[in-house]
Design a protein around this ligand. Structure first.
Ligand code: ADP
Ligand code: ASP
Ligand code: MG
Length: 409
């Protein structure tokens, strides 16, 4: 008898009929002889609605404790509904909130990290032949405060539960039938991958492919959780397996996928004196304000003067711009400019390690479409460019075609 963890995302539990459908699938898996723990998200749109309410009543900086207490409740609703639906089908089910299942996290509200999961109560339900229905996204800190794991965090709850239970597989059911070469909702020619290596999935998730939250992929890597992405609407199909071994059967494409992120903003501090300590003088206060910096570029200096650019999440743009302007006066730079209408497009593939010329082909493809590249960053298995957001769709589509991603591997 195998133990399966199944996670259903927001769209998959979007209304009563869909919850009933999930209940049917879960009961079918159980009747096929498996022990099943299910993690669910809030019903589609619920978390966004709660976030909007928090803004309305709490302003731009609501108390993080109360904010988490509020935005976590969508999941509490879904677990009870799903448990009822399973019971209605004749199955046994018991729901648990994050606190009830002992999902202990640190205290970093809105982006808490899981520290441990007390699995006894879950195991007891499974051993008694029931389905454990668990709230994703929520945790609790040592002092009993409710925490949340960051948007998309139910994926991470699922993988963490799978690791804690030593489950045979963690199945992520969503509104697409697997991981594609790019977001199928933006690129109609995108192709489903049968397998994707863990390393590539990690890059894709970190570069904006929200099909899996990055921490879920990290967890899967750390605890070697067998992870599969599948459709919650289609009965057939094997979805996409995230593999750890690069076996012969792996698709040998140089590029496996194209990810993008619309939430970027760029800030440039102009005419900065090029001396030791400048990067720290600019980025130190940004880090102190808890703002994550992504790309950083410092140009070669001319006559001891250079430009210094970096990108941040669009939500942090105004705050970061304000800080940069304050710093500018201190360090004797000439000015600060910013642009929050940029996006990042990234090509990912382990094949880049053994192939040269990928970057130049990427730049040529974008140049032929008249797309200006504003920033570039590379690592062993990815190349990212920042471009004007109006070119996002065009850039992704032409790269997808130029690198043959629409052709079967
Ligand atoms: P859920 O609510 O089930 O967690 P998400 O909306 O978080 O679902 O993630 C699924 C979405 O991820 C898809 O609808 C798709 O638009 C998007 N996506 C982005 N990149 C990819 C990709 N490479 N492959 C598949 N889906 C992707
Ligand atoms: N409901 C949360 C969100 O919308 C968590 C999740 O769906 O994974 O971000
Ligand atoms: Mg998600």
């Amino acid at each position: 008898m195998s133990l399966i963890v199944q996670k259903f995302g927001g769209t998959s539990v979007g209304d009563a009929e869909r919850i009933r459908n999930v209940a049917r699938r879960v009961v079918a898996s159980q009747r096929a002889g498996h022990k099943v723990a299910v993690i669910v998200s809030a019903m589609a749109g619920e978390t966004n609605a709660l976030v909007a309410l928090a803004k309305e009543l709490g302003g731009d900086a609501p108390d993080p404790r109360e904010y988490d207490a509020l935005i976590s409740i969508g999941e509490s609703k879904t677990i009870a509904l799903l448990a009822m639906a399973i019971q209605r089908l004749g199955g046994r089910a018991r729901s648990f909130t994050g606190a009830q299942m002992g999902m202990l996290t640190d205290t970093a509200h809105t982006r808490a990290r899981i520290q441990s999961i007390a699995t006894e109560r879950i195991r007891q339900v499974l051993d008694e032949g029931g389905v454990a229905v668990l709230a994703g996204f929520q945790g609790i800190d040592e002092d009993g405060n409710v925490t949340t794991l960051g948007r998309g965090g139910s994926d991470t709850s699922a993988v963490a539960v799978a690791a804690a239970l030593a489950a045979d597989v963690c199945e992520i059911y969503t509104d697409v039938d697997g991981v594609y070469t790019s977001d199928p909702n933006l690129v109609p020619a995108a192709r489903k991958l049968e397998r994707v290596s863990f390393e590539e999935m990690l890059e894709m998730a970190s570069l904006g492919s929200k099909v899996l939250q990055i921490r879920a992929v990290e967890f899967a890597g750390k605890y070697r959780v067998r992870l599969r992405v599948l459709s919650s609407f289609e009965e057939e199909g094997d979805g996409t397996l995230i593999t750890f071994e690069e076996d012969e059967k792996m698709e040998q494409a140089i590029i496996s996928g194209i990810a993008f992120n619309r939430d970027e903003a760029k800030i440039t501090v102009m005419s900065v004196p090029d001396r030791p300590g400048i990067a720290y003088a600019i980025l130190g206060p940004i880090a102190d304000a808890n703002i994550d910096v992504d790309m950083i570029i410092q140009n070669a200096s001319v006559d001891g003067i250079t430009d210094f650019s970096f990108t941040v999440h669009r939500n942090d743009y105004q705050k970061a711009l304000g800080i940069a302007k304050k710093v500018q006066a201190h360090i004797g730079a000439k000015g600060v400019v910013g642009d929050n209408r940029v996006c990042k497009v990234s090509m990912v593939g382990v094949g880049m390690r053994s192939h040269v010329g990928i970057a130049s082909q990427m730049f040529r493809t974008l140049a032929e479409e008249g797309i200006n590249i504003e920033m570039i960053s590379t690592s062993e298995i990815k190349i990212s460019v920042v471009v004007d957001e109006k070119y996002l769709e065009l850039a992704v589509r032409v790269l997808h075609k130029a690198f043959g991603l629409d052709q079967p591997a």
